[in-house]
Design a protein around this ligand. Structure first.
Ligand code: SF4
Ligand code: SF4
Length: 408
């Protein structure tokens, strides 16, 4: 075992596993790959052996107790995982598996057992502070298509509300429509906000989930200091992974810097605006379903606000997916899986697309740029015409709809 990777709680959890296997039957990665070697129960079994190998018990059993082959198997299983936390849903002893998988990756990184693609990702992040191949100066390029952007200088030193855009929405042209929709809604609702521009760095989740906790802490400290310096009262983000980092991980790690602001996911803020009648929602005559992003739903507990907001749009017929809320399946885009095993990521997305098609919906709404992207391409591969939209696009569409209702 590598020192300092596992908490006392992790070690206790590993020992308390009853080997019932419930986690494995729920596992998004296992269900797509049907490979018993990557189940959560298998990971725990190997991890228990890995930890015991350095104890008197492990030494007594000899070198064959945990072999180099076992370590390779553990590495494969650790990174063929989307960190979706579905494995936690039915655990009889309530093991915090999500944090255990993060500790495991940290341990493997210390032993240099991280897939090469993630080492490249870390190097890129440390150089450019974002997950793309561009420099961070291009972080607000998506603004250029907004006609009013030239007059409005959105990047501000001081602001009451900071919109933290996140790397994917800032650098992936396929989802530029998300931050552009957010800005249009904020302008319509007369929300006074600012952007950090190239002072916004990646939230650090790709580093943490690749096992590079020390680098992650540098990114977290930078981001907190920058937002504090603006005097903001609120930070709003449209990315569930950024949201989970800001609201849970930055706090749990006790970084020593106080956050002088409240953090909200965009969906919470839009719901507040809608309740206060600051958004004029017009009819959208469509059947709509909602996909719970893992970091917003299971990992952060936000289930009701997006559903309530969608149902506030007149004429919408809302339908639930067969597995929703805490039982929702992953879209395949989490945990750096796309970088490690894009084929497995695609297989998970295919299962999601099939469930969406079964609902008979015209639109699948979610609240995550990564889910929008993976679901859209999986639906396309299945030959479906269902639109995959972020909640910001859906709400903007309702606001801008002509009085005569639109039919998708
Ligand atoms: S986090 Fe998701 S993919 Fe990873 S082991 Fe748990 S259920 Fe499987
Ligand atoms: S569901 Fe919990 S107790 Fe059962 S095998 Fe998985 S981790 Fe262990």
């Amino acid at each position: 075992m590598t020192k300092n990777s596992y908490t006392i709680k992790d070690l206790f959890n590993i020992e308390s596993c009853t080997r019932c296997g419930h986690c494995s039957t729920l596992c998004s990665a296992y269900n797509a790959a049907t490979d018993l070697e990557i189940t959560p129960a298998k990971k725990i079994e190997l991890l228990r052996k890995k930890i015991k190998k350095d104890t008197i018990w492990g030494k007594f059993l000899g070198k064959k107790y945990f072999t180099e082959k076992d370590l390779e198997k553990l590495q494969k299983a650790a990174f063929q995982c989307t960190l979706c936390s579905k494995c936690e849903v039915d655990c009889p002893v309530n093991i915090d598996l999500h944090n255990l998988w993060i500790s495991l990756r940290d341990d493997l990184a210390k032993e240099r057992k991280v897939p090469q693609s993630l080492v490249f990702l870390r190097d890129r992040l440390k150089k450019s502070y974002n997950i793309s191949f561009d420099t961070n100066e291009g972080r607000a390029k998506w603004l250029e298509a907004l006609p009013e952007a030239k007059e409005n200088n959105y990047i501000k030193d001081k602001a009451d509300i900071i919109y933290f855009v996140g790397c994917v929405s800032s650098f992936s042209p396929r989802v530029f429509k998300i931050p552009r929709s957010v800005i249009q809604i904020f302008n319509i609702a007369k929300v006074d906000f600012g952007l950090l521009g190239d002072d916004e760095w990646c939230c650090g989740f790709p580093l943490l989930s690749a096992g590079f906790k020390k680098d992650f802490i540098d990114f977290a400290n930078h981001n907190i200091e920058k937002v504090n310096s603006t005097g903001a009262k609120y930070l709003i983000t449209s990315c569930p992974s950024c949201y989970h980092m800001w609201t849970h991980t930055y706090k749990e790690l006790n970084l020593g810097i106080k956050m002088n602001f409240e953090v909200l996911h965009l969906v919470e803020y839009l719901y507040k605006l809608a309740l206060n009648r600051e958004l004029k929602l017009k009819p959208v005559n469509s059947v709509v379903t909602y996909h719970d992003p893992c970091d917003l739903g299971r990992n952060s507990g936000i289930y009701d606000q997006p559903r309530n907001l969608i149902k506030m749009v007149p004429k919408v017929k809302f339908v639930e997916l067969e597995e929703s809320k805490e039982n929702a399946t992953c879209c395949g885009g989490g945990g750096n899986l796309e970088a490690v095993d894009p084929k497995l990521s695609e297989k998970i997305a295919k299962l999601k697309a099939k469930q969406i098609i079964q609902t008979g919906a015209d639109i699948v709404v979610t609240a995550c740029q990564q889910c929008v992207r993976t679901i859209a391409s999986a639906l396309k591969k299945e030959g479906s015409k269902i639109k995959s939209m972020d909640i910001s696009e859906f709400i903007l569409m309702s606001i801008l709809t002509p009085i005569s209702t639109i039919q998708i």
